[in-house]
Structure formats: C-alpha cells, structure tokens
Ligand binder design. Structure first.
Ligand code: AMP
Length: 471
C-alpha cells in the first residue's frame, strides 16, 4: 500500500457508519448489464431501418419550455394535465421534462431552419421521455421511445411508409403485431362530426353514465370520449357515430389511399373507429401498433376495409383492452408546424416504446446473440506476465479480434473458467516460464490441447486459427 495511506486514514475509512439507502424513484427503471443485449438489438434494428428508409438521426434536450408541450400536445390532453413532470427552475422559468418527442422535434425543425432543406425532412429520434403515470407492468415514469418523423410530405405514401416501417421493425424482431388504424379527418370535417358526437352523448341520458373525466371531456375535447377505457364509456363509444362516415372527400381519399398502399404491401391492419389518440395535433391518419395477442380479442369486432370503409361495432372493445399494451402509435399532424410558429408544413410520425418491445422479446424467449462472447481470451500468471499481456490485449483488440481478459484475477483456473463462460475458441496463456523462453501457450478450448508458439509470431498464429478480422 502506498505510504500516503496512513494508518489513521485507514481507520477513518473503516469507521464510517452504514448510511441510509436511497432507492430509485417509483416508476423508474435501472438497466442492468444483462439487459443491454436487448437494448442493443432494438436500437440496432431501429437505426438500420431508419437509415435504409432515409431517416437521419436527431437529438433534442430532455428539458424544454413547458409551453412547448402545453401548446402542441394540448392543454386538455392527459399528457399535459396529468402526466407531465414540470417545475419552475432557478430563473423562475416554467420547464418540463419532455413527455413525448414530436413537439421538441418540430421546434428543432423550425428553430434550425430545416424548411430550407429539400423536403420532406425525415428524422429518426431515440431517447428517454417522462410521464407521471401510475406505474404498472409495461408502464414506467421514465421510458424510451424510438420515433420517426416525416416533416414536409402531404402524401398518403408517407403515412403508409411509416406504418410499414413500424411493421417491419416488429416483424424483424419476431414480434407479431397488427396496426390499428383510423382517420380523424381535418379541422373542417371533424367540426361537423363533433356536433354529431356531442348530440349522441346528450341523447337519452347518456351523459350521466359517463365517467368523471369524460363528463369534463364532453365540453373540452369530445373526441377523447371515444378512447376512454372505463367500461360504461367504452360501451357507449361502441355505439357512437363513426368519424369515417363524416370525412370530407379529401380526407376520405387520403385514408383510402393509405389503406391501399398497406394492402399492396401486405401490412396487416384493423380499422378501429374508436382510435383517436390523445393529443390535439393529430389529423387524418392515426394508428397504434398492438401485439397480436391483445389484438386477437378485439379482432371479432373490427372490419378490414374493402373499397368502402365501413366499421362493425367493436364488441370486444367493450371488454376493455389494456391500453398500456400498445407497442407504438402515431399519425399525421399537418397543422402542428404552423401552429408552433413555422410555415404551413404537412407532417406525420410515430413513437415506439422500447421497454415494451424488450418485454415482448423476453416474453417470447427470442434467442439473442450473447455479445459478451469473444474469440480469444488472454490469461496471465504473475505480475510481469500481466503487464505484457495487457499490451498484447490492445494489439489484438486493435487488430479487430474480440479479445477478452480478466487482468485482476491471479489464478489460472479462474481465468480459464471465465474463458469457458465467454465461449472463446482459444486462450493465450503467458507465465514466467514463457516469458523466459520468449513463447506463449495457445489453448484450444474445445479440445483442451495446448501448443507452444513463438511470442513474436502471435499475430500470425492467431490469424491462422481465427482468420484476419480486417479482411
Ligand atoms: P403514446 O404516444 O402514448 O402512444 O406512446 C407511444 C408508445 O410509447 C406506446 O405505444 C408505448 O409503447 C410507449 N409508452 C407510452 N407510455 C409508456 C409508459 N408509461 N411506459 C412505458 N412505455 C410507454
């Protein structure tokens, strides 16, 4: 021990009393090393697909002005009224932890003059979001989303591209999903529909049966009555007039085109007349991605489109589908960029919850490649050998081999046990004798056969056995 650690200092360290443990916050999740193989897989898939479809990565701050979300997501949305982590900072500014990605991305698009770029601007975003929701399985207060946004494209192809991309993402992760889809029209046709909807709820004493929240929604945001998950509200929503019957010609044609593309691409979907999504900025296409198990119970009640969108009443929706099981959701938001201070710009996007995707992968026991596995392990005996092997490790790593080590271990037995666990094909072993002889041992981990090789020829010998990773 270096002299500077005097005896007194040492005693002080050991006299420290065990402190009170501070646990993590409710609804927050730690990601332990074993879990990262799932994260890496999901992030890799999201990045690959985004790149292939021309979406470029973007990052936005976790903290934004509270007003950004109040104005975009909507002052009456659940996200803003109930779930936002907001506070006043030391400058007396009203701040919020982002509860979703789209408002920040739209702000970035406007603030950085992306309207001057060739349109559309296709953006890929991945990061944590925060919602003060009631924690339960698959519902956290901090979770991560993979988001794609297409800003500047009014055509139904853009909607269909996003929906198909989300489908391929899940299919390639071996998760069976189905898209729930609806159109909530534009400001003009929705206005007419909302009158019909309000009249429906005012008829024959329906209003009294509504839950507490829906009574308020009836005045502020009647569309939200359709996706309430309380049983009496669900039952009434199933009987309510459907928005597709009120779409104007442009919205109706847009919707039919989206569905035609999906049919062409064989993307499975269900028309879901009560799907409205909870945010103010959506118009026309809205969709959610549900795992097939959940969807199966609702399947009976929902029709697939023919050339005329007509909807059956979703009986199974009455049973109450667990909303937190949606894996992703999104839609078109043609008015948001302008509303947030930009030029009139059509746009659409979606968000997928990474934790829920990982839960699904785990639930289905989808086998994953163990990333900790390596090609070659470097074992050492004695301090001199350790120093030499630490240098050799860097040489092999830089040459592109997945080299593994346990420099802090002294016993050869425990090092070989680790090498076995890591599934390496070969272990290089360096001890005092080999240093004296200018050699090193190479052990075939399957057969247990060890050969002595010239230390200077290590790279050539390793290449002979494992190939050249650079080629
Ligand atoms: P939303 O914008 O609310 O539809 O969220 C998009 C996706 O994020 C959902 O489909 C979920 O996969 C995921 N998600 C939403 N809320 C939570 C939450 N509280 N915990 C974990 N994942 C969530």
């Amino acid at each position: 021990m270096p002299k500077m650690f005097k005896k007194k200092e040492e005693e002080k360290v050991f006299k420290v009393r065990r402190g009170k443990f501070v646990s993590r916050l409710r609804g927050m999740k730690d990601i332990l090393p074993d879990e990262y193989k799932y994260w890496n897989l999901v992030i890799k898939k999201a990045s690959e697909l985004s790149k292939a479809y021309g979406f470029r990565r973007i990052g936005t701050p976790v903290l934004e002005n509270l007003e950004l979300f109040e104005r975009s997501s909507g002052r009456s949305s659940d996200i803003v009224t109930k779930e936002m982590f907001s506070f006043i900072d030391k400058n007396n500014d009203k701040i919020a932890l982002r509860p979703e990605a789209t408002p920040g991305i739209v702000r970035t698009y406007i603030e950085h003059g992306m309207f001057n770029l060739p349109q559309p601007v296709k953006l890929f975003w991945l990061g944590p979001v925060f919602r003060h929701d009631k924690p339960q399985a698959g519902r956290f207060r901090q979770f991560s989303q993979f988001d794609l946004e297409n800003i500047g494209d009014p055509s139904p192809v853009a909607d269909a591209e996003l929906i198909s991309l989300a489908y391929y993402f899940f299919r390639e992760l071996q998760i069976d999903v189905i898209t729930q889809i609806n159109s909530i029209g534009c400001a003009v046709c929705r206005k007419e529909y909302l009158v019909k909807l309000e009249n429906f709820y005012k008829e024959r004493g329906r209003r009294v049966k509504l839950c507490h929240d829906c009574k308020k929604r009836l005045a502020k945001n009647p569309l939200r009555l359709l996706d309430c998950k309380e049983k009496p509200c669900l039952e009434m929503a199933a009987e309510a007039p459907q928005i597709v019957d009120s779409l104007c010609d442009d919205c109706r044609n847009h919707f039919i085109k989206v569905l035609e593309y999906l049919d062409e691409l064989d993307i499975p979907y269900n028309l879901n007349p009560t799907l409205v999504r909870g945010l103010d900025y959506y118009n026309r296409t809205v969709f959610e991605i549900w795992p097939v198990e959940v969807e199966a119970s609702a399947d009976a009640g929902l029709d697939k489109i023919s050339d005329q969108p007509t909807f059956a009443k979703p009986d199974a929706v009455k049973e109450g589908l667990p909303r937190q099981s949606a894996l992703g959701g999104g839609g078109r938001y043609d008015g948001l960029v302008e509303y947030m201070g930009g030029r009139p710009t059509p746009a659409c996007g979606f968000g997928i919850g990474i934790e829920r995707v990982i839960l699904k992968i785990k639930e289905k026991n989808i086998p994953l490649k163990d990333e900790e596995k390596g090609d070659i392990f470097l074992a050492q005996l004695g301090d001199q050998a350790r120093r030499k092997i630490m240098k050799l490790f860097e040489v092999l790593r830089k040459a592109g081999y997945s080299a593994r080590q346990a420099f802090t271990k002294d016993s050869l037995k425990s090092q070989l046990e680790m090498a076995n666990k890591m599934g390496v094909k070969y272990t290089l072993i360096l001890g005092q004798k080999e240093i004296m002889d200018g050699t090193i041992l190479i052990r075939d981990m399957e057969s247990g056969i060890q050969e002595i090789i010239d230390y200077k020829k290590i790279l050539a010998e390793v290449e002979k056995r494992l190939g050249n990773p650079a080629k």
